[in-house]
Structures are given as C-alpha cells and as structure tokens.
Design a protein around this ligand. Structure first.
Ligand SMILES: NC(=O)C1=CN([C@@H]2O[C@H](COP(=O)(O)OP(=O)(O)OC[C@H]3O[C@@H](n4cnc5c(N)ncnc54)[C@H](O)[C@@H]3O)[C@@H](O)[C@H]2O)[C@H](O)CC1
Ligand SMILES: [K+]
Length: 514
C-alpha cells in the first residue's frame, strides 16, 4: 500500500519533529536519501555530469546538499540558481564541496529566448552532456504555474539526461496533482517522509515517474488523504471448499436496451469472471437473447416492456434474489431506464450505477435523487469525467484538471461511494478517504472498457466487499488485465487492445494476486 498525506499534514508533522531535533537534521536526511538514489542511477560517479535546478526554498536546499554529496564523491555538479536568493547554508556547503555555480544573472542571460519561445542555443550548449538533472525548484511550497526563470529552465533541459525530482516534480501541485503549465517530467521522484497526493494522481503522477520514498523519521502523521493499494493489498474473497454458487454471491446485471447491446455483453462477461457464484441478467427480449447466446451460464429474465405512460415500478423480484445490482451499461436514458434505475436503488442490496444509469440520475430533480441515494446498503457510482460533470453540474475540463477535488465533492455531496474513471481512477468514500489506482494504462481508453469495470466491481460487491474496496480492487484488476492483454509476454511492446481483450485477460489478472 502507498500512503499520501496532504501538504498541511506533512508540515505539521515536520514541525513537531524539527522541534525535537538539531537544526538541519531533516534536510540532511532528505539530501542523503536523494543523493543515494542519484548515485545508484548514475552507476559510477567519477566524471559524471549533474545539473541542479535550484529554487528559492528548502526544496532547493535539499538539492544543493545532495549535489554537494555527489561532488564530494567525484561528480561534476553544476547548480543553476533560478532564484536571486537560495538556501544560504546549502549553497555554502555546495561551494565548499567544489560544486560549480551558474548564478541567477548568468542563468537569466543563458535562458533569454532565442527564436520564438525555444531555448537559446547558448542554454542548449551549456546543458549539453548532462547525465542527470536534480529538480529542486519547488517542493511542497510550490504554487501555480512556474514563474520567473523556472519555466524557461525546465523547457531548456537536455532530453537525454535522466531527471530526478526532489520531493515532487516542480510545477505539479503536491495536494492535487494539477499541472498549471510547464512541469518537470521526472524519471524518478524521491519524496520525503510520506507520498504527496499529487504523486498518485494524474497529470502529476505521469510527471513523477517511479516514486522512491525516503524515510526521514516523520511520525505522528494522521490518516492518509489518499491511499493506493498494491497488488498484494487486493484480496477478493476466495471460495472455501464447501461453498456453493449462492454463498459465493449472486450479482444481478440490468443493462442494454433498444439502442445498445454490446455493453450488456461486456458487463455480464466481467461479472461472470469477477468471482461471483452466479450472474442474473434482466433486460429487453432482444438483449436477453444475445446474452443467452454469448454467456449461457447466465440466468436471464425478459423484463416486460411497460405500456406508454405506465410508470409502475418493474418487478425485480421476478429476476430472483441477488446480493448486488449493476445497473446502467447501455441501458438508455428514457423512461424505461429511469424506472429500472429507481427500482434497483429501492432494493436493499448494494447497487452499482454506471453509464446511462448515471445520466438518468443526473437528470432527476435533486430531491428525488437524494432520496434514492439515501440507502442503507452500499451504493457505488462509477462515472467518467463527462458523467460526473452532469452529476455535479461542473465543466468536464474542470473535473479532469482537478480530479481529487471533484471526486471528493461528489462522494460527500451525494453521500455514496464514487469511482471516477480516467487516467488515474480515484475512489472516494463519503468519509473523505480516497483510493488511487496505479495500474491504469492509456490502452484502457477504449470503448466498452467501462462496461467491463462495472461487471467486475459488481461481482465484488455481491461477494460482500465494501464499496470503496470493490471499486479500487476492480480498477486494479482491470488495469492489470489491460496490461496483460496489451503486452502478453515480457519484452513485447504493448499493442492496441479491445474491451473484449481486457475481459479475456481477467483470469490472468486474478492469478497475479498473491
Ligand atoms: N516536509 C519535510 O519534512 C521536509 C521538507 N524538506 C524540503 O522542503 C521542501 C519545502 O520547502 P519550502 O521552502 O517550504 O517550499 P519550496 O522549496 O517547495 O518552495 C517555496 C519557494 O518557492 C517559491 N515558489 C512557489 N511556487 C512557485 C512557482 N510556481 N514559481 C516560482 N517560485 C515559486 C516560493 O515563493 C518560495 O520561495 C519540501 O518539498 C522538501 O523538499 C526538507 O528538506 C526535509 C524535511
Ligand atoms: K522539485
């Protein structure tokens, strides 16, 4: 499991610890950890060329002390001072270790733009041959777009150099993972004490590369704001020897309609492969026929079409007993869809609402929606940014840029567990803790992939897994399956995949759980 704490919490824990330790101890611990990772990446230090990007705060101090350690072990280290004033003791130590300083005025003239906004040839020449860059421009004190020389410096970095970010890639918001404009793209981020949420959430996560945690002795941290399960933390129930199909859990899927049928097939397939003992499926006759043909192990029910104007609630008892419902994939957003969403939410078992089911919910008057979601059994909503945008009445771009803020707002506002799909899938409980998924891959951005996720998460709900774990574990397995499908053998470059391929790889993803 990886844990991330908000900046305010890190600062509070740091202050308590600093009060008990000699001045500078924590920075030395941080710098030692940073230097060790850099030394390992470089292999031999003698003759290697290291460039420090030094900002005005303690993040720059860490970089200077780490640079001094590398210089003492034979590296050629240059510190580019991107601020007029940088950490004085760190700079003095760096100079004493034989480090070379590119001061602010010299850096400014080097970075003065050449043609257009491209870095000048002088800057390119100055940084040529760098093996490793240590980014110490901003850490947890960074706010908004990189200002002054910072942005231009980042844009002038040589492409071939390895980049190690100190604490967090500069330009990434530590609390949210937002990137305002230019941000450092690191190969490795060496972070101190605990992870920061921005390292787990895109676009920040994509900028962080591999995240190495250095223990600096921070204690007394509160509950983490964000957690990211590792594969070993994903523990769906295993059937016991004397179990039977009913005890393993029955999942009911209500999907497909007049327009769409494929979503129902994918969702049912994933529910079957998600470990439940049985899948019941209910829909219109045409969809039921297709499910019967493709997944004969499913127990199906044709739901009679209501006459126009008849809004009596569908009889879900006719479908049979289930331990969880999945409602929405390909359902349609008409009166029929609305009646089915309402009926499942009025049941007393866990309900997962996805896709058209979410659009139906978003279209209901707020009071009706609130009453429907005010249930005793768990409720899991699985929107992508567009669907959440309709539920929250917030622009889709806003949601994509500030995923953490909005998934939390949705869970708190609607009083249910919300799984926000996307480049980093996040699952928020109304209580506030967020789970981030680390197995996602851009290959999953393909039609039908969400339908697979809904069936899988529904199967976990039916097995008694709570809503937040069901969502997070389903996202984890879904990502693993996509990776397996895209590159089935080690060393193969990933190839484009379909949702069917993800579905087919689910058993192997389960097999990777210890
Ligand atoms: N937390 C710990 O336990 C430890 C943290 N260490 C390191 O210290 C930094 C945090 O240092 P701080 O001085 O508070 O902030 P920063 O260095 O991140 O930056 C503040 C500095 O930067 C300027 N600034 C902020 N945003 C921008 C911007 N967008 N563009 C330009 N300039 C910006 C701001 O004005 C300030 O002057 C933490 O991350 C660790 O690396 C310790 O060394 C170990 C213990
Ligand atoms: K940094």
């Amino acid at each position: 499991m990886r844990y991330a704490h908000a900046v305010d919490e890190v600062r509070a824990a740091e202050a308590a610890l600093m009060a008990r330790l000699p001045e500078g101890t924590l920075m030395q611990r941080a710098a030692a950890g940073l230097a060790a990772v850099c030394a390992q990446l470089l292999g031999g230090l003698y003759g290697s060329r290291v460039l420090l990007l030094v900002g005005s705060g303690d993040n720059g101090g860490d970089a200077l002390y780490a640079g001094a350690r590398l210089a003492r072990r034979g590296a050629h280290v240059t510190a580019a001072l991107a601020a007029q004033k940088t950490h004085p003791e760190g700079l003095a130590d760096f100079r004493a270790a034989g480090g070379r300083v590119l001061d602010y005025a010299r850096l400014e003239s080097l970075l003065s733009p050449g043609e257009g906004s491209a870095p000048s040839s002088a800057a390119r020449r100055a940084f040529e041959g760098t093996d490793l860059v240590i980014d110490g421009l901003t850490g947890i004190g960074g706010r908004g777009a990189l200002r002054g020389l910072y942005g231009a410096l980042v844009r002038a970095l040589p492409e071939e150099a390895a980049v190690v970010a100190c604490d967090i890639p500069s330009g990434v918001d530590a609390d949210t993972g937002e990137v305002a404009d230019t941000a450092v793209r690191a190969d490795v981020t060496v972070t101190f004490g605990t992870l920061k949420p921005g390292l787990l959430i895109d676009p920040g996560a994509a900028h962080a590369g591999v995240v190495e945690l250095v223990d600096i002795g921070l204690t007394g941290l509160p509950e983490p704001a964000v957690i990211a399960p590792a594969t070993a933390d994903v523990r769906p129930p295993r059937p016991e020897a004397e179990t039977d199909k009913y005890r393993r859990g029955v999942v009911g899927v209500i999907a497909g309609g007049a327009r769409f049928t494929g979503a129902a097939l994918l969702s049912v397939g994933a529910a079957l492969r998600g470990g439940a003992g049985m899948v019941r499926f209910a829909s219109a006759a045409r969809v039921v026929a297709l499910v019967d043909a493709r997944w004969p192990e499913t127990v199906t029910t044709v739901l009679p079409e209501a006459a126009p104007g008849d809004d009596t609630e569908p009889d879900l008892d006719a479908v049979g007993r289930v331990q969880a419902w999945v409602v929405g994939p390909g359902l349609g957003v008409d009166a029929r869809g609305e009646r089915l969403v309402k009926a499942t939410l009025r049941s007393e078992v866990p309900v997962l609402v996805d896709a058209d089911g979410l659009t139906v919910l978003a279209g209901l008057p707020a009071g009706v929606r609130r009453a429907l979601l005010d249930r005793r059994a768990p409720t899991l909503l699985t929107p992508h940014a567009g669907e959440l945008s309709r539920l929250l009445n917030v622009g889709r771009d806003q949601i994509e840029a500030r995923r953490l803020v909005h998934v939390r707002a949705a869970a708190a506002g609607l009083g249910v567990t919300v799984l926000l799909k996307g480049s980093t899938t996040l699952v928020a409980d109304p209580g506030g803790q967020v789970r981030a998924n680390l197995t996602g891959t851009p290959w999953l951005a393909t039609a039908g992939s969400g339908d697979v996720l809904s069936g899988l998460a529904g199967a976990l709900l039916a097995q008694g897994v709570d809503a937040a774990d069901a969502g997070a574990w389903a996202a984890h397995l879904h990502g693993l399956a996509a990776r397996i499908a895209a590159a089935p053998r080690r060393g193969l470059a990933p190839a484009p995949i379909t949702a069917e391929d993800v579905l087919a790889a689910l058993p192997e993803a389960f097999a990777q759980l210890s």
